[in-house]
Design a protein around this ligand. Structure first.
Ligand SMILES: Cc1ncc(COP(=O)(O)O)c(C=O)c1O
Length: 359
C-alpha cells in the first residue's frame, strides 16, 4: 500500500499531522464549540426558500463578489461599515488562510499567543509562513506591554490575537489591540470567532484609520451555522483587494451565499440562544467548581477546566457514556463546550463518577 513517504510530498509537510478533532456523529457533542441549539425552524424555512430561488441558476457561476451577502454582513456588524470593508469565505479558517497567502509566505513570520487556536500553525505551514506561538502571561492573560515587547522582539508580518481566546476563554481589552497595532508594521488579525458570547467591545470599533487591522468573524459558533462554512471579516478596502489576489474564483458557492443571506437577515432569531448559552456557561462553571475543578474565566461558549489528575481517563469515561469533550495541550485540563441545558445536565451528572472512578 502506498504511504505518504512514497509520495513526492513537500519536504516540510513530512511528519505533519492533519487537523483531527475526533468527531462523534451520535451523542452529545461538546468538543468543537458549536451552538447545540441549532438553527430555529422558522429560519430553516427562510433558508430553504432562499436556496430554492438559486436552483434554476445553478448552471451559472455564483456572484464572485457576493455583493448582496457583503451588504447584509456590513449592516449586521454595524459601526457604519460599508460593503467595500467586508469579505467572506468558507469558514473563518479560509479567511485566515487567505490572509496568510496575501501577507505571509516564505521568509515571513506569523505570531500568536498560546495556548491558542490549533489551526494557526497549520494555516501558517500550508502557506509556507514561519510561525511562533509565544506564551501567554499568568492565568492566560495578555497585557499591552507584554504583547508590544514580543512584537518588537520578533518583527512579525502577521500578529494574531484570538479574542476571546480558544481554548482558554480569556478576553483581552481593546488597549492590547491598540498597542499591538502601534507596535507592528505587519497585519494585525483579531480573531473574534466567539465575540458574540462576550460583552466586550469588538475591535471593529478600532478600524477607522487602521488599514492593517483585520477582524475575523464566523457564523460557525453563535450563529449555529457551522455546517454552512461561512466566515467573514471587516478591514480596510485595500485589505479586501489583497484577498482578491489570492482567493480562488467563485470561492463562495451560490448555495452558501443563499443560506448565509437568509441567516444574516434572520440574525436576531439565529442569535437568540446566545444569552442562554452564557447563563448556562456560568451555571456549569459554578457546578464544576464544586467538584474542586479549576474553571478559568470564559467569555466564550466553552470552558477550560483544569485540575484533573487524569484528563485522558475523564475524556474516555465521558466518551464511553456518549458525550465528547476536547483534550487540550494544557496539563490536567479539558475544554468543554456549553451545550443545551439538557446536555449540560448530562455532563454534570457524569462528571463526579468520571473524576472519582477513574481520575
Ligand atoms: C478561534 C477560532 N477561530 C477560527 C475558527 C474557525 O472556524 P470556522 O472555520 O468554522 O469559521 C475556530 C473554530 O473552532 C476558532 O476556534
Amino acid at each position: 500500500m502506498t504511504s505518504l513517504d512514497d509520495l513526492p510530498l513537500r519536504a516540510d509537510l513530512r511528519g505533519s499531522e492533519p487537523y483531527g478533532a475526533p468527531q462523534l456523529l451520535d451523542g452529545i457533542q461538546l468538543n468543537v464549540n458549536e451552538n447545540s441549539y441549532g438553527v430555529p425552524e422558522s429560519v430553516q424555512r427562510r433558508i430553504s426558500s432562499e436556496i430554492e430561488k438559486t436552483l434554476s441558476n445553478l448552471h451559472r457561476y455564483p456572484d464572485r463578489e457576493f455583493i448582496e451577502l457583503r451588504e447584509l454582513l456590513a449592516g449586521f456588524l454595524g459601526y457604519d461599515l460599508e460593503l467595500a470593508q467586508i469579505w467572506a469565505a468558507n469558514g473563518s479558517n479560509e479567511i485566515l488562510q487567505q490572509l496568510h497567502q496575501a501577507f505571509g509566505g516564505p521568509g515571513r513570520l506569523a505570531i500568536s499567543f498560546g495556548p491558542t487556536y490549533s489551526m494557526y500553525p497549520v494555516i501558517a505551514k500550508g502557506t509556507l509562513t514561519d510561525y511562533k506561538e509565544l506564551p501567554r502571561e499568568e492565568g492566560f492573560t495578555l497585557s499591552a506591554s507584554y504583547v508590544v515587547e514580543q512584537i518588537k522582539a520578533n518583527n512579525p508580518s502577521i500578529v494574531i490575537l484570538c479574542n476571546p481566546n480558544n481554548p482558554t476563554g480569556t478576553a483581552i481589552e481593546l488597549d492590547v489591540v491598540e498597542a499591538a497595532y502601534e507596535a507592528t508594521e505587519g497585519i494585525l488579525i483579531v480573531d473574534e470567532a466567539y465575540a458574540e458570547f462576550s460583552d466586550s467591545e469588538s475591535a471593529i470599533s478600532l478600524l477607522h484609520n487602521r488599514p492593517r487591522l483585520v477582524i475575523s468573524r464566523t457564523m460557525s459558533k453563535a450563529f449555529a451555522f457551522a455546517g454552512v462554512r461561512l466566515g467573514y471579516m471587516a478591514a480596510d478596502p485595500a485589505v479586501i483587494d489583497a484577498m482578491r489576489l489570492v482567493r480562488l474564483p467563485y470561492h463562495l458557492s451560490s448555495l452558501t451565499q443563499a443560506a448565509a443571506r437568509a441567516a444574516v437577515r434572520e440574525s436576531e432569531t439565529m442569535l437568540s440562544n446566545v444569552r442562554e448559552i452564557s447563563v448556562q456557561r456560568e451555571r456549569v462553571a459554578e457546578e464544576l467548581k464544586k467538584l474542586d475543578l479549576v474553571v478559568y474565566p470564559s467569555k466564550s461558549n466553552f470552558l477550560l477546566v483544569g485540575g484533573f489528575s487524569n484528563p485522558r481517563a475523564v475524556f474516555d469515561y465521558l466518551l464511553s457514556n456518549g458525550l465528547i469533550v476536547r483534550k487540550t495541550t494544557i496539563d490536567s485540563a479539558l475544554r468543554i463546550t456549553i451545550g443545551t441545558e439538557e446536555e449540560n445536565n448530562r455532563l454534570l451528572e457524569l462528571m463526579p463518577s468520571a473524576i472519582t472512578s477513574l481520575d
